[in-house]
Design a protein around this ligand. Structure first.
Ligand code: MD3
Ligand code: FE
Length: 200
């Protein structure tokens, strides 16, 4: 288990062993059944290539009226609760008492990516954000707190956990590409990224 500090991002390589990764995939199955993945549309009308859903009191949605956190899935139901196994990862790596109220679930299929962006829809940037990678490898790009400038990239593998806190919380970041079928964790291939956030 190695730890990489890159521009304030605390990257814990191999934080979750295979058994814990498999356990997380198992707790995600019923969540994906009751809150199916959807493809968000940005306010400019473009569909994102990544499919998403959420667990927790609040979930992230994006449609013609813009992006926001809200208490319901686009189909109208409440989001499922965040499973304890996922909250345990947050508690282990952040050490804070406060619990996240949103677990955003991103699914990357073959050829999908996520452009450089900041996460600033949350009410209070003083809370950290935690990312958990499951499945295929992904090329994660880290920029600066303003758009542009030099960037650094790192491959995220299944079981890696990243903690973003302090000034790094508002750093631009994105996923350039995944190595489809590089992992056997997910039966149909692809990558799941969980991000735990305090949204409200
Ligand atoms: C830095 N997800 O969901 S996780 C996202 O792998 C997102 O799916 C990527 O960017 C993914 O918004 C990258 C790493 C990450 C997540 C949230 C952050 C980095 C962050 C919030 C603030 C700063
Ligand atoms: Fe992000």
């Amino acid at each position: 288990m190695t730890r990489l500090l890159l521009r304030g991002f605390d990257i814990r390589k191999g934080h979750l062993n295979l058994a814990r990764q498999t356990a997380l995939v198992d707790v995600l199955r019923p969540i994906l059944k009751s809150a199916p993945l959807f493809r968000p549309t940005t306010s400019t009308g473009k569909q994102m290539s990544v499919r998403m859903t959420s667990a927790g009191a609040l979930g992230w949605v994006s449609d013609k009226s813009g992006y926001r956190y809200q208490a319901q899935h686009p189909k109208g139901m409440e989001w499922p609760d965040i499973p304890q196994d996922i909250l345990t990862v947050w508690q282990d790596v952040t050490g804070v008492e406060k619990l996240p109220d949103c677990c955003l679930i991103n699914y990357y299929g073959e050829g999908t990516r996520m452009g450089m962006h900041q996460d600033k829809d949350e009410a209070d940037f003083s809370w950290p954000v935690v990312s958990i990678s499951l499945g295929d490898d992904a090329l994660f790009r880290i920029g600066n707190t303003t758009r542009g400038g030099k960037t650094e990239s790192v491959w995220l593998n299944s079981g890696d956990v990243v903690v973003m806190g302090g000034p790094a919380r508002l750093t631009y970041h994105g996923i350039d590409r995944i190595r489809f079928n590089s992992s056997r964790l997910l039966p149909k291939g692809g990558r799941i990224n969980l991000t735990l956030r305090v949204a409200s």
